[in-house]
Write a protein that binds this ligand. Structure first.
Ligand code: SF4
Length: 337
């Protein structure tokens, strides 16, 4: 019944009605007794749409989806090595609104808004106001890309680039498609999993009509995020010719088991999404309790390699400041040999 009601609402309504109250979230899940364990930092409050909550297990404080969004007192513990800008992104924006970290690609964080607040997010302290592109700097961005002929791909990121309106998104697509050197436009988005209705007809038609290859990298950490309703929208995106990939973050107590990883890869593939990256957690302040030892990650990865065909095994990577690509984790330092 809950799902039926949710699907009657368009994505904008679902976005605006997202739960922002810890009390309301816990009451929905019959978990009000756990209220004392929660402290909500003002810079990064609770935010979760009803549709995502509907995928959680009622009465289970350890639900893998709930753990991704419920603030925890552990966020307040300062841990050495966990910092506010773990990837030094504030030093890699040649002009406001454009990050140029990798040779052939540039990244544009076109909004700071997200449908959901993931407690492990490495951009939870990011200064979006200082770094978002505006219409005013659009010409500067175009000039910058033209001056860098080896850039052939633009990554629209955020925040979540699909949290802005179709009108604003299409305006950016028009600008980028007007640059002959750009052959690929990539969207990094969690919205297809969190509010699948965001993949509305107008959006899919516009992306299908693009002269560029469109790649959509969704962000799904656990198989429970992919129900039949979500799958139906992913299927529409696939039918529109969009290449669907997934990136996940390896998270303690959420997906750091062989069963969780195998289930995630298999379920993604059954929904026409290929596992792309499995990220070691970026060491952002407030998220240390989600991190796992790299040796444990490697051990798990060997098990995943043994259990799945190669095309279902995401690349295990970590992002390091000022490196020109995501760094593959050295799995040959084999902890189980
Ligand atoms: S949707 Fe992405 S950018 Fe937004 S909070 Fe989650 S991880 Fe961070």
């Amino acid at each position: 019944m809950i799902n039926h009601l949710i699907t009657q609402k368009n994505w904008q309504t679902q976005l605006s009605e997202a739960i922002t109250s810890v009390d309301e979230l816990l009451a929905h899940l019959d978990l009000s007794a756990h209220r004392a364990d929660v402290y909500v930092p003002q810079h990064f409050k609770l935010r979760v749409p009803h549709g995502f909550v509907a995928k959680m297990r009622v009465g289970d404080i350890n639900d893998p989806l709930l753990k991704q969004v419920l603030p925890d007192t552990q966020e307040q513990i300062a841990v050495t090595g966990y910092v506010s800008d773990p990837l030094s992104e504030n030093t890699q924006n040649p002009i406001k609104g454009l990050l140029h970290k990798y040779q052939s690609r540039v990244l544009m964080p076109i909004t700071g808004a997200c449908a959901i607040h993931c407690r492990y997010c490495f951009r939870q302290h990011f200064d979006y106001n200082a770094n978002m592109p505006t219409v005013q700097v659009g010409d500067e961005i175009v000039d910058y890309i033209r001056a860098h002929a080896d850039v052939n791909e633009v990554i629209l990121s955020g925040g979540d680039p699909l949290s802005i309106s179709n009108r604003r998104l299409f305006a950016w697509l028009d600008v980028l498609e007007g640059l002959p050197q750009i052959d690929t436009i990539r969207l990094h988005t969690r919205l297809p999993v969190v509010i699948p209705e965001r993949l509305d007809e107008a959006l899919l038609a516009r992306l299908q009509a693009s002269r560029c290859q469109i790649v959509m990298v969704i962000h799904c950490n656990h198989a429970n995020e992919l129900d039949a309703h979500t799958a139906s929208y992913l299927q529409r995106a696939h039918a529109a010719g969009i290449t669907l990939l997934n990136q996940a973050v390896l998270l303690a107590g959420i997906n750091d088991s062989l069963e969780a990883q195998v289930n995630l890869s298999k379920k993604l593939f059954s929904k026409n999404v290929l596992p792309y990256y499995l990220h070691i957690l970026d060491k952002v302040a407030g998220a240390a309790h989600f991190d796992i030892e790299e040796s444990a990650a490697i051990k798990l990865y060997w098990e995943v390699l043994a259990a799945l065909p190669g095309y279902l095994v995401p690349k295990l990577v970590k992002e390091l400041p000022n490196k020109p690509f995501k760094v593959p984790v050295d799995i040959y330092t084999d902890p189980i040999s």
